[in-house]
Design a binder for this molecule. Structure first.
Ligand code: G6P
Length: 619
């Protein structure tokens, strides 16, 4: 996903902008660029590849003689961008910023302009010439067309010409003290400093400079200068909004002593889960989710719950489905958001639709939530990001409190989401009388122990997982098998391995294996089996026997002390005993570590796997 950083103030900004882009690197990108305005003209430099190439191109490295040095290092206003190619190949011409015909305007854009072909045709007929294949470039030409001495008005007119989901920022050579941004569905935030302001697609881009943040909403235009920011809507009406102070400490955005963000985040899971459950379990038998402000009537009449999500969040939803059905006895349907939104789903006022999205910005999940809401369902968002779009597209929000997750592969946000689903399951069980008070108290006590058990697990399995990773790091395929509540753990474990180590994996309901996937097995196939305690443990173990009979090498994740599981498998990774419904939040840990160590043994960049970005806001 692309990244935007803009600065206007009193300091030379080239290095500030590049430092801002570095903070957004985790989002994934394939090229980058910067535009600086000084003495009435704009210098733009773009480079394919990583930021080192951009740094070299602007002469930031070594003796400063490398590449095409930007002629305006003292410039105090500029825009910068990391591009994740959507429209147009990965080339220098297609990298942002993009300019108009006379290079008076420069823009950077995230997202997609859907009506770009039609606008490009119109602009070309008017005599505009283009230098890239991107949809973004048309925005610079539209601003050129509309500009009449006021950049904010030109951006507003441009904004009203566009269809799609995007955020962009623009500057004009005639207005050396102003940057203007606009937002429709893609994130945009302003940072307010002392005599300087920032625009960015995410807060970390300027967090080292200021903590005062103004969240820009859909349909808004924001104008920043040294004095601050002014927001207006698409019609030009001023919008008043107070800045918020971000409380993340700076270290959150650093690796904190671990070799990678992913490892740091794996080890932040005890905290992420503890924070998420802390004040929501105030007594031995009570779950306090009054923050949802969902009325009792609604809870009493819900006919069905539908969970929509993508990727890892979808897997957290699958765990939640078992917990809610098991405890609250409310039927739960699960859907992949990108399927749900196009299915013309049957959904209405008696349904509670839960959208799970750690970023709160995944386009498919947001669209699915909106569709359900339009059809009368009550929509609950589970997200990690305050102020994200999901918080605005829902009737209620349950925040996970995992902190910022930089590694692209979700780890701590997953376990925090699972913890949130457990809270919800217990809360619904209590409200609907699905479980008696004693059983609720028992589960709450177990849930409160989960953070320390996560810590214990990470510690106790590490050496063994490393050894297993070493013996399997060069395998070409892994099969993951599980049943019931173990199945989502397999799906998530298999996703982790494929996304960071690029090793093909399949995750299957173990009972289905005999209907096809068993053909994949030979003597060299590693099979990871989730065989923690559950009512179906025996069945899982008989599936393990079928697999071993074909010579496959079985690594089982099992509950501490389970001699049956240890005997049935070649290698076993034990996790502490807890209630069987809670077991997935522990069982995933060795599988995260396994994926991690295999990827590291293969010398791969676990924080930023190829072809993947953290927040998917484009389709
Ligand atoms: C991307 C990420 C996944 C993530 C998914 C959903 O594909 O690579 O790790 O699970 O988006 O993201 P969300 O922010 O909606 O949870």
């Amino acid at each position: 996903m692309c990244g935007i950083v803009g600065y206007v103030g009193g300091r030379p900004c080239r290095d500030l902008l590049v430092a801002g882009l570095e903070k957004l690197e985790y989002r994934g990108y394939d090229s980058a660029g910067i535009a600086l305005l000084e003495n009435g003209s704009i210098d733009t430099v773009r480079a394919v590849g990583n930021l080192a190439n951009l740094r070299a191109a602007v002469g930031m490295d070594g003796d400063g003689n490398g590449g095409v040095a930007v002629a305006a290092p003292p410039a105090t206003i500029g825009l910068a961008h990391t591009r994740w190619a959507t429209h147009g190949r990965v080339t220098e011409e297609n990298a942002h910023p993009h300019g108009d015909c006379d290079d008076r305007v420069q823009i950077v854009l995230n997202g997609i302009v859907e009506n770009h072909s039609e606008l490009r045709r119109e602009l070309a007929a008017d005599g505009h010439t283009f230098s890239s294949e991107t949809d973004a470039e048309i925005v610079a030409h539209l601003i050129e067309r509309h500009y009449d001495g006021d950049l904010t008005e030109a951006v507003r007119a441009t904004f009203n010409d566009l269809r799609g989901h995007y955020a962009f920022a623009a500057m004009h050579a005639d207005q050396p003290d102003t940057l203007v941004g606009a937002r429709q569905e893609c994130p945009l935030v302003a940072g307010l400093g002392d005599g300087e302001s920032f625009l960015a697609s995410a807060i970390p881009a300027f967090l080292a400079q200021t903590r005062d943040v103004l969240l820009i909403e859909n349909g808004e235009i924001v104008t920043i200068d040294r004095e601050g920011a002014r927001i207006t809507d698409a019609a030009g009406t001023p919008v008043s909004r107070d800045a918020e102070e971000v409380t993340w400490d700076e270290g959150t955005a650093e690796k904190g002593g671990y070799p990678t963000f992913m490892m740091k985040e794996i080890h932040e899971q005890p905290d992420a889960v503890a924070e998420t459950i802390a004040d929501r379990l105030p007594t031995t038998d009570g779950v306090d989710l009054s923050e949802l402000e969902l009325d009792d009537d609604l809870i009493a009449r819900i006919r069905r719950i539908v969970i929509v999500a993508c990727g890892t969040s979808y897997h957290a939803g699958l765990v939640g489905r078992y917990a809610i059905e098991q405890w609250a006895r409310i039927p739960v349907e699960m859907d992949i958001a990108s399927e749900y939104r196009y299915r013309d789903p049957v959904v209405g006022p008696d349904d509670l639709v839960i959208g799970i999205t750690q970023s709160g910005e995944t386009a498919d999940t947001l669209a699915a939530m909106r569709l359900a809401r339009e059809r009368g369902a009550t929509v609950l968002a589970i997200t990690n990001i305050m102020g994200s779009q999901a918080t605005r597209d829902s009737d209620a929000v349950l925040f996970t409190r995992a902190g910022l997750e930089i590694g692209v592969a979700a780890t701590k946000t997953f376990t925090a989401q699972v913890a949130a689903m457990y809270l919800l399951g217990l809360w619904l069980a209590k409200a609907r009388g699905g479980l008696g008070p004693d059983r609720i108290a028992e589960l709450i006590a177990e849930l409160k122990h989960v953070p320390s058990r996560i810590e214990e697990t990470l510690e106790s399995v590490d050496d063994r997982v490393r050894a297993i990773a070493r013996s399997h790091a060069s395998q070409r395929f892994f099969l993951y098998l599980g049943r019931n509540i173990g199945l989502p753990v397999c799906l998530e474990g298999a996703l982790k391995l494929k996304e960071i180590s690029y090793i093909p994996t399949d995750a299957y309901a173990a009972g289905e294996m005999k209907h096809g996937p068993i053909a994949l097995l030979d003597e060299s196939t590693p099979v990871v089996c989730v065989a923690t305690d559950s009512p179906v443990l025996e069945k899982v173990l008989s599936n393990v026997a079928e697999v071993r009979a074909r010579g496959a090498d079985v690594v089982a994740v099992a509950t501490e002390g389970s001699t049956e599981a240890a005997e049935a498998s070649d290698q076993v990774l034990f996790v502490p005993r807890t209630d069987w419904v809670l077991q997935p939040i522990l069982a995933i840990l060795p599988l995260q570590l396994l994926a991690y160590y295999i990827a590291r043994l293969n010398d791969l960049n676990v924080d930023q796997p190829r072809n993947l970005a953290k927040t998917v806001t484009v389709e």
